[in-house]
Design a protein around this ligand. Structure first.
Ligand SMILES: NC(=O)c1ccc[n+]([C@@H]2O[C@H](COP(=O)([O-])OP(=O)(O)OC[C@H]3O[C@@H](n4cnc5c(N)ncnc54)[C@H](O)[C@@H]3O)[C@@H](O)[C@H]2O)c1
Length: 439
């Protein structure tokens, strides 16, 4: 099938490359000319495991092209995905200006019947707005579908190739048949392709992200209580995760959720609730708890320094909002680094993939280490924010030797507290007892 994917970001690029991989003739479009020029040379704008070989192979085979010409891409395609960003507006609602701008362009270039699919995360009613915007420019018949994306950054290719499920909101049997054909290679093992009406599909995406964010904030608050009462959240997590009604995924406490999705989607859903006078106080609490959680590692550090962080040198491992991505949008690491800088500390940072994206926020105010251990020499403490694999089994004697003071504050519970204490560290993690060398 001839497919256009408009918006070549974390979602659009993965969708385009994966659809090309299954034999479709795909053109990815973006208004960012520099990004498109790089992609045409097989230089990827993002770090995403497994994506580069797909882009290289499919571009070489002629199944994947990149362009800035939205109109031409629409004209040559039977299926058009809208995968542009939907950032939060000032009031927290999803800003639809990019989505509707694309819809307008699609309408101006719609001279033959097409299926237009909203892939961006958009509030209920957006597909209808897209339909109205397109229809304002053309009399040619077309279909609009909602096909929210559930991929996770860091595992996006795997998630798209082997989805738990594909959700599609359709307005006609013809559109359903086309989507069924497009997704057939991805649901061969029986993972469901779930058809529904369009508003339900749009709602499903927000409900999924809100549920996941809720689990995270819930576990973060349980972790806080575990620390206060002397329980161990790792054991509590196992204890509840084995209950099949609860399940074990997404129960890890941490430094707060970040990324481009949970924060903005929770906010947008709260906003929709307010507009419709439907109380969503659960989500307001989830958001407030997360904002507090993002400062937790800073507060822990401040306690260890008796409130005097001025002049202290703090090493931070991990800037990305989670491992296996270079995305720092809403990353707790940025909150922690900013708080440390405001408190007068000096900060040295390391991240295997996200230094360049973080540099756009932090500029020259921190020192960037090329290797993880380079951040440590002479530092007064190490804070771990992202759960990168390379931080999981480090050389502890080397860390101890490099740090001026053997203090590790760990937002990801990567290490065994007893072991760290036996190695001479003070080790402060989330929801577990403080481990001290002397204890
Ligand atoms: N990132 C994720 O993990 C994820 C997962 C599921 C869903 N989503 C949703 O998918 C959508 C895209 O997210 P993303 O992370 O890929 O965003 P992104 O910011 O990485 O990419 C968006 C791209 O759209 C381009 N763009 C903006 N306006 C355009 C226009 N008029 N024409 C062509 N291109 C245009 C931008 O230049 C940018 O490259 C959002 O609605 C997001 O909520 C994201």
């Amino acid at each position: 099938m001839k497919v256009a994917v408009v918006g070549t970001g974390y979602v659009g690029l993965v969708v385009g490359a994966c659809l090309a991989e299954t034999g479709n003739d795909v053109i990815c479009v973006d208004v960012d000319a520099a990004k498109i020029a790089r992609l045409q040379e097989n230089r990827l704008p993002i770090y995403e495991p497994g994506l580069e070989p797909l882009v290289v192979r499919n571009q070489r085979e002629g199944r994947l092209q990149f362009t800035t010409a939205v109109g031409q891409a629409v004209e040559r395609s039977a299926i058009v995905f809208i995968a542009v960003g939907t950032p939060p507006d000032e009031d927290g609602s999803a800003d639809l200006k990019h989505v509707l701008a694309v819809a307008s362009t699609i309408g101006q270039h719609l001279h033959a019947p097409k299926i237009v699919i909203t892939k961006s995360t958009v509030p209920v009613g957006t597909a209808e707005k897209v339909r109205v915007e397109i229809a304002a420019h053309t009399t040619t018949p077309f279909h609009v579908c909602s096909n929210p994306e559930f991929l996770k950054e860091g595992a996006a290719v795997e998630d798209f190739m082997k989805p738990d499920r594909v959700v599609v909101g359709v307005d006609s049997a013809e559109a359903a048949r086309a989507l069924e054909e497009l997704y057939a290679p991805f649901v061969r093992t029986g993972n469901p392709l779930i058809f529904m009406d369009i508003p339900s599909a749009e709602m499903t995406k927000y409900a999924a992200n809100a549920m996941l964010a809720t689990r995270i904030s819930f576990m973060n608050q349980i972790a806080g209580l575990c620390e206060a009462v002397g329980a161990d959240v790792s054991l509590v997590r196992k204890g509840i995760g084995t209950d099949r009604r609860i399940g074990s995924a997404f129960l890890f406490p941490g430094p707060g959720y970040g990324g481009s999705c949970f924060p903005k989607d929770v906010q947008a859903l709260i906003r929709t609730g307010r507009e419709r006078a439907v109380p969503l106080d659960i989500l307001e609490a989830v958001e407030a708890a997360n904002a507090r959680q993002k400062r937790l590692l800073f507060e822990k550090l401040r306690r260890h320094f008796d409130g005097r962080l001025t002049g202290a040198e703090i090493a931070v491992w991990g800037l990305a909002f989670k491992a296996e991505t270079d995305d720092v949008r809403e990353s707790p690491a940025l909150v922690i680094v900013e708080a440390l800088l405001s408190a007068g500390a000096k900060v040295r940072v390391h991240d295997p993939a996200a230094v360049e994206t973080a540099r756009r926020h932090l500029g020259g105010r921190v020192t960037y280490a090329t290797h993880a251990y380079d951040a440590l020499a002479g530092a007064d403490a190490l804070a771990i924010v992202t759960e990168w694999l390379e931080y999981r089994t480090p050389d502890f004697p080397r860390i101890k030797q490099l740090l001026r003071r053997p203090l590790i504050v760990d937002g990801r519970n990567l290490y065994d507290p007893e072991r760290l204490a036996s190695l001479g560290f003070t080790y402060d993690s989330i929801g577990r007892r403080l481990a001290c060398a002397s204890s």
